[in-house]
Design a protein around this ligand. Sequence first.
Ligand code: GLV
Ligand code: MN
Ligand code: MN
Length: 404
Amino acid sequence: MTFAALWRELEPFGRDQGTGGYRRYSWTPADAECRAWFTRQAENLGLTVEQDRNGNLWAWWGSRRSGAIVTGSHLDSVPDGGGYDGALGVVSALAAVEQLKARDFYPERAVAIAVFTEEEGARFRVACLGSRLITGAIEPASARGLRDDDGVTLAAAMTAAGRDPSLLGPDEDLLARIGAFVELHVEQGRALAPMGAAIGVAMSIWPHGRWRFDFAGRADHAGTARLADRNDPMLPYASTVLAARRLAGERGAVATFGKVIAEPGGANGVNSAVRSWLDARAADEETLAETAAAIRSAAADAAAEHGVTFEASRESYTPLVRFDEGLRDRITGVLGAAGITAPVLPTAAGHDAGFLAARVPTAMLFVRNPTGVSHSPAEHADLADCEAGVHALALVLEDLAGRP
Ligand code: GLV
Ligand code: MN
Ligand code: MN
């Protein structure tokens, strides 16, 4: 099937009719539909699909036990995410393998397409959970105990989906099979469009953390409680949001409160608690740590001012990633020889490639996003650029897997 035909088939799964955004959360029916679709497509291409102990899918072309060239991405989404984040890498991988098969390419090294679980951390709050587990970047016991907003643990969600969570953990046998990993991804941000380039290559990923900020006060009546008598957790929360913006801006970092839950959340009541999540990123780990500490301290001061208690905990952390320079140069060389100028870019978006990079030579290809908008139904890439991405990925796989 062509890229466009594959895209059309995957498009409806997990899409909210009202917003047009995707709600593909791990171990839900939408996730199961995506997994079943991928498995079908990979098997149609003659690949052998396996699920690893951490719930990631691997579609193998060739059975060699080491040196495999792996591509792929993820199929889960943020709440009301765009269609391209993750899915573009998976669909492009299928289309690239199809192109290689159509031209009778013989892979000297095995080629595999990986689909990683819970890359966004949208359900269980830890980003890149599947790749973190494989590489030992999270303890299996802590992963099993992660809870979604309804209190369902990852272990329970996996069991309900027919998986055995006791198997979770580092997968050295699988890692030993991988010679290189190349993830294709829609560009997040807008660097390629002004350069007139359809394809980019990743240089590094900014370090990234998520913190939970809990403010607890006292529920009260919105009409009768005198302002001076209130312990309203919404007030320190609100000033923390503004402080985060200022403190990050001063340091060239970014900080976002993208999720907030007010409890009990009545329109005519002062809340008893506000639970919120800070996402902060910076070009280096020191700046990130300093930014997060400054925001925490601003939150503690604001809470004290309003007679509210404050607690913070870090839920997810990803260190700075620098991709393998040798692999990157080889890829830009292969693309250059085919007349494709691919600028080398840093990114502030997280990726499974970041975790794989700690263990195997890893690279990323970006496909131009004309507006730069991502994690939004407005995320977009033109079909011609997606096709250019498939072409570039096929060239890279051909080069990497074509030699023993
Ligand atoms: C994932 O896309 C992230 O950067 O949070
Ligand atoms: Mn994303
Ligand atoms: Mn992604």
